[in-house]
Design a protein around this ligand. Structure first.
Ligand code: HEC
Ligand code: HEC
Length: 430
């Protein structure tokens, strides 16, 4: 049943791509006139962003009450002994990032905080794709000692003992489980010995909380960007407004889809192939990469009891469940990271999995020269070669990258609902 829906979605998508409006050569601006038909088609595929696909593994994925509860949890500081919330590292004022090279919670992590805008679109979550669903990802920062340093019992206890959180929880999931009620020996107390049956209820209730966080983050989509208006204009045979993409950004776009080679990995409306690649970055020792990345992630996600094929998934035999079961480890996955989406990229510095590049100019300098990549890394990506751009071409490419960031829609979803000014504002739109 669920499988059928997903397959239908996929064929509907294929159909819509076939009949998608094309860009006519005759009306191309001069900056794009030398592109081949295939290169022009790459531009046509950059926009519009489709709606976020269904997630059968989370039956609360599109439940508005669940999303509202998840919004409250996202900003909740009381789960963590150090007051760290999801929003500490995914700050709406910074396009849901933290502006640091490496994320900082209770301690410093090994990775840069990615944005959670559009996270509902990702096939794999995390720089190395360690998670196969948006909702299952959320347990990791909660229980990681250097991130929030909390645990599932503390989260559930906080919800149980707070009238407001408990009411919101019960509105979505029904009465709080009586097995977890506070008694002479509170099963949610730190260090409590739980029976197997109680632990099962803890895990099931935790899964619901994670699914509320997932439902919330599905509301966080990036807004219309200059690139969207520009591609719409090109498809309509109209001039691109200079306020969207000026001449420099159009030249940068041409480099992106042609000799820059960027489209090979950063393609489609999210500017990612959702796949994993090794750019050859050297490791902390200055030589070979020392982060197994995708290789370790494959082992992790297959063994993760919270994966899409597992007991807490609402559709273990869905395509998502099959996807994780079909994963195979192989040596070439070592050091591979997911191609990051590039929407909102101008607002999410610093860049790369470890925040090693501070600005878009640094990123373009990297691709231009491949400085900081090991030239003969046997795991390195064959497609990358130094581009040798002129100074003007480098700034054209940066200008194009800047056109991929838009406004964040739905301000109601991007604020802390427990902050005083939010309480008096209208409810989030449905
Ligand atoms: C200490 C900072 C920190 C906190 C707190 C934190 N995150 Fe993250 N988040 C990160 C980092 C770093 C990554 C990348 C992890 C990796 O790839 O290994 C990440 C990745 C993610 C992703 C994947 C995005 C993508 O594009 O793949 C999502 C979704 C996410 N976090 C949601 C959350 C939620 C929900 C919470 C709260 C329950 C949370 N985060 C708490 C730092 C943090
Ligand atoms: C072989 C695939 C591939 C090609 C080709 C490629 N990229 Fe990337 N790009 C990646 C991967 C993978 C990462 C993340 C690497 C990491 O974190 O170690 C990345 C990271 C980035 C980032 C940082 C995004 C962030 O959120 O940190 C930007 C910007 C970027 N690429 C732009 C470009 C541009 C511009 C080009 C063309 C000149 C290009 N890429 C070509 C795969 C590719």
């Amino acid at each position: 049943m669920v499988v059928a829906t997903l397959l239908l979605d996929a064929s509907a998508l294929a159909l819509s791509q076939e009949s998608a409006p094309k860009i006519a050569r005759a009306t191309l601006p001069a900056e794009l006139a030398l592109l081949t038909d295939e290169e022009v088609a790459r531009i046509a595929r950059m926009s519009p962003l489709p709606p976020i696909a269904a997630d059968a593994t989370n039956r609360f994925a599109d439940n508005v009450e669940a999303a509202r509860f998840g919004q409250r949890l996202f900003f909740e500081k009381r789960f963590s002994p150090a007051g760290v919330s999801c929003a500490t590292c995914h700050d709406p004022a910074r396009a849901f990032t933290d502006g640091r090279p490496l994320a900082q919670g209770i301690g410093e992590t090994r990775r840069n905080s990615p944005t959670v805008l559009d996270a509902g679109r990702r096939r794999w979550l995390g720089w190395d794709g360690k998670f196969d669903s948006l909702w299952s990802q959320a347990l990791s920062p909660i229980e990681n000692p250097v991130e929030m340093g909390s645990d599932r019992a503390t989260v559930l206890r906080t919800i149980r003992d707070d009238a407001e959180l408990r009411t919101q929880h019960e509105a979505v999931f029904g009465a709080f489980p009586s097995e977890l009620s506070s008694a002479s020996t509170d099963p949610l107390q730190v260090g409590a010995q739980r029976t197997e049956a109680q632990q099962k209820v803890v895990d099931q209730t935790t899964a619901n909380v994670l699914k509320a966080l997932g439902a919330y983050q599905r509301k966080l989509t990036s807004g219309e960007a200059p690139i969207d208006r520009a591609v719409a204009a090109l498809k309509a045979g109209q001039a691109v407004a200079a306020s969207d993409l000026d001449s420099s950004a159009l030249r940068g776009m041409a480099i992106f889809v042609s000799r820059g080679g960027c489209y090979q990995c950063h393609r489609g409306p999210s500017f990612t192939d959702e796949e994993f690649h090794n750019l050859g970055f050297t490791g902390a020792n200055g030589r070979v990469a020392d982060d197994p990345a995708r290789l370790a992630a494959v082992d992790f996600v297959k063994a993760n009891p919270w994966n899409a094929a597992g007991a807490f998934s609402d559709a273990p035999s869905s395509p998502k469940g099959q996807m994780v079961r079909a994963l195979r480890r192989s040596g070439e996955l070592f050091g591979q990271f997911r191609t990051p989406p590039l929407r909102s990229v101008a607002q999410t510095s610093p860049y790369m999995h470890d925040g090693r590049l501070g600005t878009l100019a640094d990123v373009v300098h990297f691709y231009d020269t491949l400085e900081g990549a090991s030239p003969v890394g046997h795991h390195g990506e064959a497609v990358l070669e130094p581009l040798g751009l002129t100074e003007a071409e480098r700034s054209d490419l940066i200008r194009f990258l800047e056109s991929l960031s838009g406004k964040t829609p739905n301000p109601e979803w991007t604020r802390d609902p427990s902050s005083p000014d939010a309480r008096t504002s209208p409810a989030p739109e449905r």
